[in-house]
Design a protein around this ligand. Structure first.
Ligand code: GLN
Length: 339
């Protein structure tokens, strides 16, 4: 144990050094401490041990223990109150998890995504803020653009590939009462977690554990929206991921192969067989991908037209929109122009 840091564990003389502790976790205080003292202590300990976002980490954990989302939303004076022995123990337990670099979302077991609070559990991918932008984009399109072939459909259906915790599908369902959705994931952990997160939206969502995307063709009638935040990281970048991501999150939800396009190409190849005519694909991708995807689709997927690239809030090209358009041959057949 590092004795120099042990000295820093003394707060107002309430700490003892003989208490039981595990691995590198600081000892549990014997006396009473306030929420603020506990929070400050752990912030400093996280700082010293190189845990990212030390301030937010200890704040989210204490807020969670006191039944709130943030410390700002706590009742006035709550932080100055003494913690019960049980709460102190819980604080130590949760902060020790964070010390192992477990993401704070897994430590507290939940996270907000748009207007939903979703359960989080390793190794299921934790939704990132940019995916909220992807959802906004789909929603705006569904509400605003009749020519997408979606709004004209009074019962639009959406298929999500790689649902993780269910964030995208559940969020879309919550905002669009007439929508039905199908969500797939190759991970049983993800499918189970999505099912747990379903809430009152249950009867409008079907969830499937599928590890081969082709299995989805024929599973349902054509859908108007195909949405995905697929694994899109370049394999060579996996080793340099932050410890939080590398150690705890499912690599198969992150690693998109050599060029990051492995799953994206599978989705786009199958899209024409899954979408209704004029149905759209919405993808979150790496900023290097939009141009590559545009070129690849032109050469490889006849019935899919690249519509546009949208930027995220930081200005990076992150979202691709494509649309199914029947080939000339199909159109001619449909109009009886060929024999
Ligand atoms: N944006 C994620 C990250 O940086 C990657 C998401 C993904 O591969 N779908 O960790």
């Amino acid at each position: 144990m590092d004795l120099s840091s042990m000295r820093l564990w003394t707060l107002g003389g309430v700490w003892v050094s003989h208490a039981v502790h595990t691995c590198n976790a600081p000892v549990l205080p014997a006396g009473r401490i306030t929420a603020l003292q506990a929070m400050d202590f752990w912030k400093k300990h996280f700082e010293r041990t190189g845990v990212a976002e030390p301030d937010q980490s200890s704040q989210y954990i204490i807020a969670h223990l006191l039944g709130a989302k943030t410390i700002e939303s706590l009742e006035h004076g709550k932080l100055a109150e003494f913690l019960s022995h049980e709460k102190t123990e819980q604080m130590w337990k949760l902060c020790t998890k964070r010390l192992s670099r477990m993401p704070v979302q897994y430590v507290i077991g939940e996270w907000d995504f748009r207007d939903l609070t979703l359960k989080m559990r390793p190794p299921v991918f934790i939704p990132r803020p940019e995916t909220e932008e992807l959802v906004e984009l789909v929603l705006t399109d569904l509400e605003m653009k009749p020519e997408t072939g979606v709004s004209v459909d009074t019962h639009p259906t959406c298929l999500e590939v790689g649902c993780g915790s269910g964030a995208i599908s559940l969020s879309l369902l919550k905002s669009l009462p007439q929508l039905k959705a199908i969500a797939l994931d190759q991970s049983q952990d993800a499918v189970t977690l999505t099912a747990e997160n379903i809430m009152e939206l249950g009867d409008r969502l079907q969830i499937y554990h599928l590890d081969v995307l082709t299995a989805v063709v024929g599973l349902c009638s054509p859908v108007s929206v195909l949405v995905s935040n697929p694994p899109y990281l370049f394999s060579e970048d996996m080793a340099s991921l932050e410890a939080e991501v590398f150690r705890f999150e499912d690599h198969s939800a992150l690693d998109g192969g050599k060029d990051g396009l492995k799953v994206i190409k599978q989705i786009l190849t199958l899209a024409p067989r899954i979408l209704s005519n004029h149905g759209r694909v919405y993808l979150e991708v790496d900023p290097q991908h939009p141009l590559l995807i545009q070129r690849w689709v032109k050469e490889n997927v006849e019935e899919l037209r690249y519509i546009e690239t949208r930027r995220d809030i930081t200005g990076r090209p992150r979202f691709c929109i494509l649309q199914k358009e029947k080939s000339n041959q199909d159109r001619e057949l449909a109009f009886g122009l060929r024999n």
